[in-house]
Design a binder for this molecule. Structure first.
Ligand code: ARG
Ligand code: ZN
Length: 469
């Protein structure tokens, strides 16, 4: 009797403890222990609370896709290799739309549920912290791209008359495969894409074999063997004219254009080669195994630096934008941001690369570009928007690009050309294939220059007014 009573008292105290929010006495409470085992629905980016997921880290995606442009139907099987960062009774994947028919974990059927863009998976047995596991998701349906008319436009897997235009920044990967859709979790990718014969499927990296045709369908297999963020993954499908070869510097090069842009194929091929090779001398060795570009007949209103294959949306790209998208292969793709608020580390650097390209070609100087922006009146919107803190509701604001680039030019002026260009190379080599923050860049700039640069970075990146010179 006594002991039963005591057990009841302990149980009551435990329950009350679990309900109260007071400081922990160190003993794990049952309710806490349970909730600690569910992976968080977001990776921890406060600006995008449900993007990505907590509790695990993906190392590889194998995406087996079938797409029929006529019916706009995508059939997919995603096999995801990951490591549990905590014990997991369940975890989430990001997926928008589709009907999920089957989910397994390590070969055993798992239960799953859907809520908004979250697919919650409960493995048959909990996963132990540190264990490697494989999730397989079978899904099908008509992809629903993201449409953000006020800001980001249309992005994700976008059906076109002859295929699909696939550009996913910032969080459109979920419109065509389940995953950990946030740049903080990078992984390698294999793609096996089956499309009607006569249609080409272009994904990241390189073909791993010859396309196979049978029964009126062709299967393309691509592999990106270097870590990649989900938003840089692509499976752009359609009728394309191709030109393949290697750059003078020895990097495999593939240009692909929609027949409507057939006249720009050679120009895209040559400029992509020349620019990739040139950036290799300025930013350090090219980080991937191939380069190139794709022009599709879809007027996205933007281009995207898809890893190894930038995608240009419905226009013939000139040298400036090719220089921009290829600079992203270092800044954004090899070195990726940990949080979206640091987006200037991608866009400011890629914009500065455009200025450097003009300098290289003798058609302008970075200093002239800087001055033309600096002359803008005090009430111009780039002074009100500090680029060091990209806003979730206006991520790609012009300031993140132009004032981001001006920040680098101001830094160059403060530390001198020699240190500045050494800094760019050190930055890309120290963090190759990794994840970075603004604080890390500032620290490296200070270390390499031996200068206190807080005031400079604060004025350029964080103050809502035009910095004084
Ligand atoms: N990173 C791209 C560029 O600067 C822009 C992507 C914009 N994305 C979007 N959904 N509008 O080239
Ligand atoms: Zn860019």
């Amino acid at each position: 009797m006594r002991s039963t009573k005591r057990q009841a008292a302990v149980l009551l105290a435990t329950l009350m403890g679990a309900l109260a929010c007071g400081p922990s006495d160190g003993a794990a409470r049952p309710a806490e222990r349970l909730s600690a085992q569910a992976g968080a629905p977001g990776i921890g980016d406060a600006d995008f609370p449900l993007d990505g997921n907590g509790g695990y880290d993906v190392s590889h995606y194998a995406l087996k896709l079938g797409y029929t442009p006529a019916g706009r139907r995508l059939d997919g099987v995603a096999t995801i290799q990951a490591t549990a960062k905590q014990s997991l009774t369940r975890f989430n994947l990001d997926l928008k739309g589709f009907k999920v028919s089957e989910v397994s974990v390590d070969g055993a059927a798992a239960t799953f549920s859907r809520a908004g863009h979250e697919l919650t998976v409960a493995p048959a047995a909990p996963l132990r912290q540190g264990s490697a596991f494989t999730v397989k998701v079978a899904y099908a349906g008509v992809p629903q791209p993201v449409v953000d008319s006020s800001n980001l436009g249309r992005y994700g897997f976008i059906p076109t008359p002859d295929g699909a235009f696939v550009a996913c920044e910032p969080n459109g990967a979920r419109t065509w495969f389940p995953g950990n859709d946030h740049p903080a979790d990078k992984a390698t990718f294999d793609f096996e894409i089956t499309v009607p014969k006569g249609v080409t499927a272009l994904a990241n990296g390189e073909l791993t074999g010859k396309p196979r045709t049978s029964g009126g369908k062709t299967t393309f297999t691509w592999r990106e063997a270097h870590p990649m963020t989900t938003y840089l993954a692509t499976a752009t499908v359609g009728k394309f004219r191709l030109r393949q070869g290697t750059t003078p510097g020895g990097i495999r090069n593939l240009a692909a254009v929609d027949p409507k842009f057939a006249g720009s194929l050679d120009k895209l091929y040559k400029l992509s080669a020349e620019i990739t090779d040139h950036w290799g001398t300025v930013f350090g060795r090219y980080p991937f195994s191939s380069t190139g570009g794709v022009v599709d007949d879809f007027s996205a209103g933007y281009a995207l630096e898809n890893q190894t294959k930038p995608l240009y949306g419905g226009f013939e790209p000139g040298a400036d934008i090719i220089a921009h998208e290829l600079a992203h292969q270092w800044f954004g793709n090899s070195l990726s941001i940990k949080r979206w608020k640091d987006l200037w580390l991608n866009e400011g650097f890629a914009t500065y690369a455009e200025w450097l390209w003009a300098e290289h070609k003798g058609t302008g100087t970075a200093d002239a570009s800087f001055k033309s922006f600096y002359e803008r009146p005090a009430n111009d919107s780039i002074w009100a928007y500090p680029p060091g803190r990209a806003r979730p509701d206006d991520l790609f604001n012009e300031s993140v690009y132009s004032r981001g680039a001006m920040t680098l030019h101001a830094l160059r002026g403060a530390i001198g050309d020699e240190t500045f260009f050494e800094l760019l190379k050190t930055w890309t080599s120290e963090h190759q294939y990794g994840s970075v923050t603004t604080e890390q860049f500032v620290a490296l700039a200070e270390r390499m220059s031996g200068k206190q640069l807080d005031a400079l970075f604060d004025a350029w990146l964080f103050q809502p007014k035009r910095p004084t010179l």
